[in-house]
Design a protein around this ligand. Structure first.
Ligand code: ZN
Length: 501
């Protein structure tokens, strides 16, 4: 008779195969975004569909299901118990998904993304609309297959943020929306107008890259186990336990794009680089949710990268990186410029305050699309209307409107709210960290990032999926997710920057 230890060994071996298949797929996807010529798209779609099908077959093998059934009655404790629990989650999901649907979604992702890229470039929503319609149909099928008793949007959102729901998102967004609109209005009515033109001077790409690399290396992103490449839409991806890559894009006449984008992705990368090595290649060794992931990227990007303390330390180095370019810009003016708050059209370039309004817009529209309350043909108009309502401005074309994000082309509905939930969590973690470490500003000013990263590893990274997102946050911060720390932070920071009463 095999013992429970034998079964655990066999389970880990099987999970490793599934993990290797998905890592191979991640590498193909990384290549698609960074190096692949356009002609490779069709074949790449088939290759990734094959890997997805093999992974699905492997996970739904009855022998694996029997193994998990047996392990569940073995009375395991601690990490072994958590490993079996997490495996069950993955198995359940795989067993409920028909293989044809998995393959169809994978093919449509690749196709939809290629069409989206061209449609966005040429501002041609009509070209993308049929792909979007097909993808919405497939995601509805996916939601029904996974759980036909819950609302489709909740099922999809749960894929990214387990335990969360549209109702929970609404409960957080409701009060947040009013407070942000009030704060944004007070900022607009203040006399302070940062001069953001200083960020649009000539910043040669090679110097931008050198500065960004030096910055994220100092923060703790490990280049022995990572690398940075260029792409149209920045992301972080894990190819293997020792290979966590990030991508970025450089704009010669807009410094913040690559600078804060690289810090953001490095924040994601550091989370993945510090997941528990002993559980690599298992669901327990994976990051727990997208909101928790985003809390890491936002913490490094905003709470550190956009803080006055950070630039008190780093600004002379930045000035030296672009000789003569910023000599006439005092530190205080530069800090004001990188924290300029104003309604804008592009989510990924939005400031910390209005960012949530971009997310709320997408949350409302994608929910309506999934529920069938909004037809794809009406999306551009609905987008523009919502943009006027929330941000007070309207895009002049779809490129800066409903075509700006990759997510829907990739079938990711229910994903956007995690950006805001993660941002709120980042400030909650920062407050908890300050209680433990004391003077965080002093550490940031001195570029002493090691204690900060160690705290995050200790309270977040090393746990992998040991705890559900809410429990992880409670353990790390002493309370459930709340918008209050975030609101305290933006009121204090922007109250001072904009000299608000
Ligand atoms: Zn992110």
């Amino acid at each position: 008779m095999p013992t429970s230890a034998d079964r655990l060994t066999a389970l880990r071996e099987r999970l490793a195969v599934a993990s290797h298949l998905s890592q191979a797929s991640a590498l193909l996807s990384w290549d698609q975004s960074t190096h692949m010529p356009p002609g490779g798209a069709e074949a790449r779609g088939r290759q990734m569909a094959t890997l997805a099908r093999l992974g699905h077959q492997h996970l739904t093998d009855p022998a694996l299901v029997e193994m998990v059934d047996a392990l569940e009655s073995d009375g395991l404790e601690g990490d072994e118990r958590a490993l079996v629990r997490e495996t069950r989650r993955v198995l359940d999901r795989a067993l409920k998904m028909p293989p044809d649907l998995v393959a169809a979604m994978t093919r449509q992702r690749v196709r939809g993304r290629q069409v989206w890229e061209r449609a966005r470039r040429e501002d041609d929503f009509a070209a993308f609309a049929p792909e979007l319609r097909t993808m919405i149909g497939l995601t509805r099928e996916q939601a029904a297959a996974l759980n036909d008793e819950a609302p489709a949007y909740d099922v999809l959102h749960d894929l990214y943020e387990r335990g969360s729901s549209a109702a929970r998102v609404e409960a957080v967004f409701g009060p947040l929306r009013d407070d942000i609109v009030d704060l944004a209005r007070a900022i607009r009515e203040s006399d302070v107008r940062p001069d953001t033109s200083v960020l649009r001077r000539d910043f040669p790409e090679a110097a931008q890259e050198a500065f960004a690399v030096e910055t994220v290396r100092a923060m703790g992103y490990d280049f022995e186990r990572g690398r940075i490449d260029r792409t149209a839409h920045p992301f972080a991806t894990t190819i293997g336990p020792g290979d966590v890559r990030i991508t970025t894009r450089y704009q010669r006449n807009f410094l913040p794009s690559a600078l804060f984008g690289t810090i953001h992705e490095a924040g994601h990368g550091m989370y993945n680089q510090n997941l528990p090595a002993e559980h690599a290649d298992t669901p327990l060794g994976s990051s727990v949710s997208l909101a928790i992931h985003e809390s890491q990227s936002r913490l490094w990007e905003n709470l550190i990268g956009r803080s006055r303390a950070f630039w008190e330390g780093a600004y002379p180095r930045l000035q030296a990186a672009f000789p003569g370019t910023l000599d006439d810009v005092p530190l205080v003016a530069f800090v004001a410029a990188v924290n300029d708050v104003r309604p804008s059209l592009i989510r990924v370039e939005a400031d910390e305050v209005t960012y949530h309004l971009h997310v709320m817009l997408r949350f409302e529209l994608e929910r309506a699309l999934v529920e069938g309350a909004l037809d794809v043909a009406d999306l551009p108009g609905a987008w523009n209307e919502k943009s006027r309502e929330l941000l007070g401005i309207e895009p002049s074309d779809d490129r800066d409107g409903c075509l700006q994000d990759v997510h829907w082309s990739w079938g990711m509905f229910g994903y956007f709210p995690t950006y805001s939930l993660g941002t709120l969590a980042s400030v909650q973690l920062w407050e908890a960290m300050a209680r433990d470490l004391g003077d965080l500003e002093g550490l940031v000013r001195a570029a002493r990032f090691a204690p900060i990263l160690e705290w995050l590893v200790e309270h977040v990274h090393r746990h992998g999926s040991r705890f559900a997102p809410e429990e992880l946050l409670e353990r790390a911060t002493g309370g459930p997710l709340s918008a209050e720390p975030y609101l305290r932070y933006v009121r204090a920071k922007y109250g001072a920057l904009y000299r608000l009463a």
